[in-house]
Design a protein around this ligand. Structure first.
Ligand SMILES: [Zn+2]
Length: 133
């Protein structure tokens, strides 16, 4: 009981850490979902091309619209990926595999998880992946 404070395994996450990280994952998920609503609005706005009420639409407006739609569709794929990463992180948490590098099996430092709560790799492995291994 008395030794509980410092008695944690090096690199292992405490219940408290996990709780906090889970919260930030859920917050991040909410944020992505809210942003998704905005993106969907842009995507679902019908194009004015061919619309009878679009007499006043200038070519410049259409360009802006195309750009917005393209931007929105890029955002959507980023959102979809983020959501998947977040959900997978939450799954790993449930299964007790959270915070372990998927490549080398070492614990991912808490400092990294606090920045990227859905990180699947430790810093070293993530860097190796980015440089094409
Ligand atoms: Zn690793």
């Amino acid at each position: 009981m008395a030794k509980e404070k410092k008695g944690r395994v090096k690199g292992a996450l405490t219940e408290k850490d996990l709780g906090r990280l889970k919260e930030s994952l859920l917050r991040e998920k909410q944020r992505v979902l809210r942003q998704g609503n905005f993106t969907r609005e842009v995507m679902d706005t019908p194009t004015t091309t061919g619309d009878l009420s679009s007499h006043r639409t200038h070519i410049a407006d259409q360009g802006t619209e195309n750009f917005q739609r393209e931007f929105a569709s890029q955002l959507r794929s980023i959102e979809a990926r983020s959501l998947r990463e977040i959900d997978e992180a939450l799954n790993r948490m449930d299964q007790g595999r959270y915070g372990i590098c998927e490549k080398c099996g070492k614990p991912i430092p808490l400092a990294r998880l606090e920045v990227v709560p859905y990180a699947r790799f430790c810093m070293k492995c993530a860097q190796q992946r980015n440089t094409g291994e």
